[in-house]
Design a protein around this ligand. Structure first.
Ligand code: CP
Length: 304
């Protein structure tokens, strides 16, 4: 039995296979309608979510399975003090696979050690978000044709943005990758992520506060929201929240083939005027999330 806690739990060959499977599901959805008949997915969400929870649920429903779960900690017995370990032990008796989001870093890992069924990390605090990364990789592959030879700009809250941490870990395994890290000083990439996946692997990397300065070099621009829920005081959040706002004007020096990604939700960091630009890939990215999660559920359940 296998869980997905960290994106590096998957080899690059397995990620390639998931991407190909997701593309096939898009082409031939009817071939997959019964693949998970009589299987149940439990979604245990201790933090808010729109895309991740609903795309997991849509994924299982489109595979012919069923879903159960909760969307906030307050409606589960964790509100009465039940531990994550006990919750997951119980739920693994009711479902065949579990997707868990938790505000505490490492909670899905603990859950996977207690569970009798596969556990998928659907986001743990400011740590990791591997299934968002699968959606990101599918999007990059579809938009750019390759996961190699790309200059990737990551902009915004690189400190608390768990999607950034997982994406850097994943992309650091491909050839010809260069990273450009764009953030205020207070929201720089944590040193453990930078050291492990960039410095020790000798991956070319630039750090800057200025998006405008680097825009023309980028193949991918990965915008992120400043993560209000991870701040200890509101004053800091208010000061930093609008550090970067992408507008059509700021894109005037960007490559014609740029892909603009964002894990969403956005607050102010991408103007809605950018949405009609063909380079805006973020709504396609959110849709891709459903197909790659269908492929992942089948893989972890051993469904062919
Ligand atoms: N990208 C993402 O995790 O979105 P949600 O918080 O809506 O699930």
């Amino acid at each position: 039995m296998r869980s997905l806690i960290d994106i590096l739990d998957l080899t690059t060959e397995e990620i390639d296979a998931l991407i190909e499977k997701a593309k096939d599901i898009m082409l031939r959805p009817d071939a997959y309608r019964e693949k998970c008949r009589y299987k149940k997915l439990a979604t245990l969400f201790f933090e808010p979510s729109t895309r991740t929870r609903l795309s997991f649920e849509a994924a299982m429903l489109e595979l012919g399975g069923s879903v159960l779960g909760f969307s906030e900690a307050a409606s589960s017995s964790s509100a009465k003090g039940e531990s994550v370990s006990d919750t997951v032990k119980i739920v693994s008796g009711y479902a065949d696979i579990i997707a868990m989001r938790h505000f505490k870093e490492g909670a899905p890992l603990v859950a996977s050690m207690k569970s009798d069924v596969p556990v998928i990390n659907a986001g743990d605090g400011g740590h990791n978000h591997p299934t968002q990364t699968l959606a990101d990789l599918l999007t990059i592959k579809r938009e750019k044709g390759s996961l190699n030879d790309l200059t990737i700009g990551l902009c915004g809250d690189l400190k608390f943005g768990r999607t950034v941490h997982s994406l850097i870990a994943a992309m650091s395994r491909y050839k010809g990758i260069k990273f450009t890290l764009i953030s205020p000083d207070e929201l720089k990439l944590p040193s453990y992520v930078k050291n492990t996946y960039i410095t020790l692997k000798n991956i070319p990397c630039t750090e800057t506060n200025s998006l405008e300065e680097v825009m023309s070099n980028l193949d991918i621009l990965y915008m992120t929201r400043v993560q209000k829920e991870r701040f200890f005081n509101e004053e800091d959040y208010l000061r930093l929240k609008d550090s970067y706002i992408l507008t059509p004007d700021k894109l005037k020096n960007a490559k014609k083939e740029l892909s603009i990604l964002h894990p969403l939700p956005r607050v102010n960091e991408i103007s809605t005027e950018v949405d009609s630009d063909p380079r805006a890939s973020y709504f396609r990215q959110a849709k891709n999330g459903k197909y790659i999660r269908m492929a992942l559920i089948m893989m972890l359940l051993g469904v062919e």
